[in-house]
Design a protein. Structure first.
Length: 279
């Protein structure tokens, strides 16, 4: 029995590649994008998201097996924050009831290696608070300052990865049997990055921020296949994760120890226990 997928950003890049692979496998895909897909919708506005989700829900007759949110922007403008965060979260929340009607519902989003880069905490906090007005004001000020304009994108991706981690264990998602996860690509060769990668300087700057020792820059298929597995029936317990499919960039940038952040607290706890045992 074919599964039914709704994919945002299906007109280009990772979304288009994911949709093509699924269709070739015999799955049913409802694509969402500004144009050229089954559903035309503007995910940068609340009205556009609601209308797109409503139309997608109508096309799947109120029941969908998986939603893959790929739509995103990387331009240094406030619209990037709106699309990358609210264009994912509000769209997914609108389709959550349709997902509950599936026997094996799944959700996956596209985050980014940029989520590990410096961010503006105030923007991240506003996004996570669900306050699009405040987030827009902060992003507008950031866009007007050359020191912070390019930080809108990583801030939006940090927020989306944190949202996934926060929401995945809740009653709405895990409690309803819906695994919710994200994939963080490294540098993917798509229309979004082609201008940046076209010059030696652009490639050098990109590789400095996202070093990829395994096979260098990646094609969209590398992300598509992981998104497809996360939204397959085989994924029964992976939840709340941002999986870094990045050619080793995360390992290079964060090193071999991502566990010891809580060691000091544990040392204090064990010291207290030791003192109690000696009394």
């Amino acid at each position: 029995m074919p599964r039914t997928y709704v994919i945002t950003g299906a007109a280009s890049g990772i979304g288009r590649t994911t949709a093509r692979i699924l269709i070739d496998r015999g799955e049913r895909v409802i694509g969402v994008d500004l144009q050229g897909t089954d559903v035309s919708g503007d995910l940068s506005t609340p009205e556009g998201r609601a209308a797109a989700a409503e139309e997608a829900g109508r096309l799947v007759d109120g029941a969908v097996d998986a939603v893959i949110a790929c739509a995103g922007l990387s331009i240094p403008q406030p619209i990037t924050a709106s699309v990358n965060f609210f264009g994912m979260t509000e769209f997914l929340e609108a389709l959550q009831p349709a997902l509950t009607r599936s026997e094996a519902p799944r959700v996956a989003l596209v985050s980014s290696m940029a989520s590990m880069q410096p961010v503006v905490p105030a923007l991240v906090d506003a996004l996570l608070a669900g306050d699009e007005g405040v987030a827009g004001e902060i992003a507008t000020r950031m866009a007007d300052d050359p020191r912070t304009a390019n930080v809108i994108y990583p801030s939006s991706k940090r927020a989306i990865s944190r949202w996934v981690r926060r929401e995945a264990p809740t009653a709405r998602w895990a409690g309803a049997g819906i695994p919710l996860n994200a994939v963080a690509p490294g540098t993917v060769v798509t229309p979004m990055t082609e201008d940046l990668l076209a010059s030696d300087d652009g490639r050098a700057m990109t590789d400095a921020y996202v070093p990829m020792p395994l096979n260098s820059h990646q094609g969209p298929e590398s992300i598509a296949h992981l998104l497809i597995w996360l939204t397959s029936v085989e994924n029964t317990h992976c939840a709340g994760q941002t999986i870094y499919c990045d050619g080793g960039a995360d390992a290079v940038l964060r090193g071999d120890d991502v566990w010891s952040w809580n060691d000091e607290a544990m040392r204090e706890t064990f010291a207290e226990i030791g003192a109690e045992l000696q009394e």
